[in-house]
Structures are given as structure tokens and as C-alpha cells.
Design a protein around this ligand. Structure first.
Ligand code: 4PL
Length: 243
């Protein structure tokens, strides 16, 4: 139980990797704020975990602040942010127009900034914090049909390094996890579902990735014992990419 007494916000926690991380952090003893654009989904997961459901859009500055405030109101502190909220697009490059580019950047990169900003104040005041962003090994692999997503996830890695540098003096670490292709509701709803066997042929461990395969890496970075690790990208992808 390496998160006993800790309070964690998990964004994108209604489904997929975010949900698996929320479940894992709960198992490790944390109280969980289950934040998601999908309020009904957030409520269902929060009920399962005896946590706090928060409906909100991290690409809205007001919503990002509200997620932090509601968590403080219920639990009195924020020890951990795991930001798993993201759009997982499949869009051929020729169909990427500027409006679509902006949409992905808004949620996947602006959202990472806004939710980090919203939690860093209380973390600074407490002299303790663990920020974990969910990036992707697609940034490392150059996976096709995800142009704006690759750019945004690269930005998330840069943001993570900046947060580590700027916030280390306040007792806050910032790291990112780079999952490989994972059997989430989001990925399975797109043509990415047809890539699992091909990607498996590139992995060291020959099976499809599940959300529960990613959660332990996030839990380590969310825990106190990871305190000497900051600004890092932890690749959790069965050996698809050797970073
Ligand atoms: C290798 O993050 O990392 C498909 C879909 N293939 O979302 C991803 C790979 C996808 C990925 C990703």
C-alpha cells in the first residue's frame, strides 16, 4: 500500500488507461478524484472506488481549476495528479486540417498544461507532489495516422521536463508514462484496432497490451518512493520501442 493516506486526481478515469490507473491507486490506498468529460462514466467509477466523481473538460481553464478545487473541498489536499485524459485519433495526414489540429492540441497538450497549473499551487504549499502525465510511445515510434497526437504527446514530454525543472525545489516530481498500443475503449473504437497483431510482432512480449499493464508504471511514479526520479519518460510497451 504505497499510497496510503494520499489523495490522487486521475483525469480520463471513466475508461481505458485512466480507469485502470484509478483502480490501481485505490488498491494502493489513495483516495481518488475521478475526473472525466463523461460525467456518468466518472460517477460509475467513483462509486466503484468510493471516490469523488468530477465532470470536467481539462481543455477549459475554469474546469481544470474546478477539478482541483472540488478535490481540495472533499479531501483537503492533492498529493498526486495522473493526467490520462486525451483524444486518441486515427486521422490520415491528408485529412488533418487546422481545426482538427487545434482540437487535439487543445485537449492533449493545453489540457496537460491547464491541469498541471491547477494542481501545482496546493502541491507547492504542501511541499509535496507527484505529477504523472500519460504520453505515448507513438511519439517515439512515429506511428502513422496520428499527426497532431504525436505533436501533442511530444509536447507533453517537454512539459513534463519543464515541470520537473521548475517544481523540483518545492518537493514536486513530474514524470510521464509512454504506453504502447493498448486495448482501450478509445483505441478499439478506431482503425487502430487492426494494428494490434502487427505491433505485437515488434514487441519483446508477444501479447496485446491491456490497461492494467500500464497502471503499475503510473503507480510507481505516483508514489513517494519514486522521489529521486523526475523529468523522465517511462516506456511501458512490452519492448516495442527501446528508448
Ligand atoms: C503504437 O497511443 O502508441 C496505436 C493509438 N499504436 O494510440 C496510441 C501505437 C496507438 C500507439 C498508439
Amino acid at each position: 500500500m504505497k499510497l496510503e493516506g494520499r489523495v490522487a486526481i486521475v483525469t480520463g478515469a471513466a475508461q481505458g488507461i485512466g480507469r485502470a490507473i484509478a483502480e490501481k491507486l485505490k488498491q494502493e490506498g489513495a483516495s481518488i478524484a475521478v475526473a472525466d468529460l463523461n460525467g456518468e462514466g466518472a460517477s460509475a467509477v467513483a462509486q466503484q472506488l468510493d471516490g469523488l466523481a468530477i465532470e470536467g473538460d481539462i481543455s477549459s481553464e475554469a474546469d481544470a481549476k474546478s477539478i482541483a478545487e472540488q478535490t481540495l473541498g472533499r479531501y483537503g489536499k492533492i498529493d498526486v495528479l495522473v493526467n490520462a485524459a486525451a483524444i486518441v485519433p486515427f486521422v490520415p495526414w491528408d485529412e488533418v486540417d487546422f481545426a482538427y489540429w487545434r482540437k487535439i492540441m487543445s485537449v492533449n497538450l493545453d489540457g496537460a498544461y491547464l491541469i498541471s497549473r491547477a494542481v501545482e499551487g496546493p502541491m507547492r504549499a504542501a511541499g509535496y507532489g507527484r505529477i504523472v502525465h500519460i504520453a505515448s510511445n507513438a511519439f517515439l515510434a512515429g506511428t502513422p495516422n496520428m499527426g497532431p497526437y504525436l505533436a501533442a504527446k511530444g509536447g507533453v514530454v517537454g512539459l513534463t521536463r519543464a515541470l520537473a525543472t521548475e517544481l523540483g525545489r518545492y518537493g514536486i516530481t513530474a514524470n510521464a508514462v509512454a504506453p504502447g498500443i493498448t486495448r482501450t475503449e478509445g483505441a478499439l473504437a478506431t482503425p487502430h484496432k487492426d494494428a494490434f497483431d502487427f505491433v505485437q510482432s515488434l514487441q519483446a512480449i508477444p501479447r496485446h497490451g491491456l490497461p492494467a499493464d500500464i497502471a503499475p508504471a503510473a503507480a510507481f511514479l505516483a508514489s513517494e518512493e519514486s522521489g529521486w526520479v523526475t523529468g523522465q519518460l517511462l516506456v511501458a510497451d512490452a519492448g516495442h520501442i527501446r528508448n
